[in-house]
Design a protein around this ligand. Structure first.
Ligand code: CP
Length: 295
């Protein structure tokens, strides 16, 4: 694997091997350092977890890291993404982690730029967030030690969620078929990759092993889209009562950032079944697995 662009580029064996590698880094296995490498982070959209965890992962692998502040960069003088990346390559940057609002731009960049630099997709528009899917599956595997036979409920804004897209692709790849996508009609995707789309949170959450709440992404709403938040809370917020419908050892996940008391009751974010901060921890190890696996 030269670039890390999409879950769909991976075979099941490759995905499982990245999960194994992430958990092995977590358990303290030896880290091969790569002091020649320079990893640049380019975030054209906001981020806390993804940007910092890629930076920490790169540093743990011995790489030099540089972050381009897009707001003060020559992007504001009209520089294209291709020209920016070629400029970084001229400074011998070897890995470029990119989050961009334009869907598939990183795929086009990979075609243009070839193999002289490694590109890592840190989220493109509403389409894909493959490193999030890797850390999510790493977290599920850490707690459940299997994928086969799990019931997974994904709750919330499926429509605007790149996390949901990559997650569904990854779950399908490892053989999870019992997946429920719970959202009001206005937040359902037009096409789902796996599972059953439902507006019934009881159907989705009952006997679930894993509940993944998604943020309502107001910033991605079109001008003609609106949400009645009181009705949303009534029908779709994960509450203690709804959690009781799931298996007693169900885990609660959320990619973050969390809108407390919208997609999930604030108390549940911090409850013993919540593994939300463990996802953040696993994000570093998953990204170490990605960066160290690129040839
Ligand atoms: N989950 C996620 O992508 O978080 P950030 O936007 O903070 O990177």
């Amino acid at each position: 694997m030269h670039h890390f662009l999409d879950i769909n580029q991976l075979s099941r064996v490759e995905l499982e091997s990245l999960i194994d590698k992430a958990l092995s880094f977590k358990s303290g296995s030896h880290v091969e350092t790569n002091k020649q490498a320079i990893c640049a982070t380019l975030f054209y959209e906001n981020s806390t977890r993804t940007r910092l965890s890629f930076e920490i992962a790169a540093k743990r692998l011995g790489m030099m890291t540089v972050d381009l502040d897009i707001n003060t960069s020559s992007v504001n003088k009209g520089e294209t993404l291709v020209d920016t990346v070629q400029t970084l390559m001229a400074m011998e940057v070897s890995h470029v982690v990119i989050r961009h609002q334009q869907e598939k731009l990183i795929l086009e960049l990979a075609e243009t730029i070839g193999q002289e630099v490694r590109l890592i997709n840190a989220g493109d528009g509403q389409r894909a967030h493959p490193s999030q899917a890797l850390l999510d599956l790493t977290t599920i595997y850490q707690y459940k030690q299997k994928f086969h036979g799990l019931k997974v409920a994904i709750l919330g804004d499926i429509k605007h969620s790149r996390v949901a897209n990559s997650l569904q692709n990854a779950l399908a790849l490892v053989g999870v078929s019992d997946c429920y996508l719970v959202a009001p009609p206005s937040l359902q995707a037009t096409t789902n990759r796996i599972g059953i789309a439902t507006t019934d949170i009881v159907e989705g959450v009952s006997d679930a092993d894993v509940i993944i709440c998604l943020r309502v992404q107001k910033e991605r709403f079109e001008s003609d889209e609106a949400l009645d938040f009181d009705a949303y809370r009534e029908g779709y917020t994960l509450t203690e009562q709804r959690l009781k419908l799931a298996k007693p050892d169900a885990i609660i996940m959320h990619p973050g950032p969390v809108n407390r008391d919208i997609e999930i009751d604030s108390d549940l974010v911090d409850c013993s079944q919540s593994v939300i901060l463990e996802q953040v921890t696993n994000g570093v190890f998953a990204r170490m697995a990605i960066l160290s696996g690129l040839n």
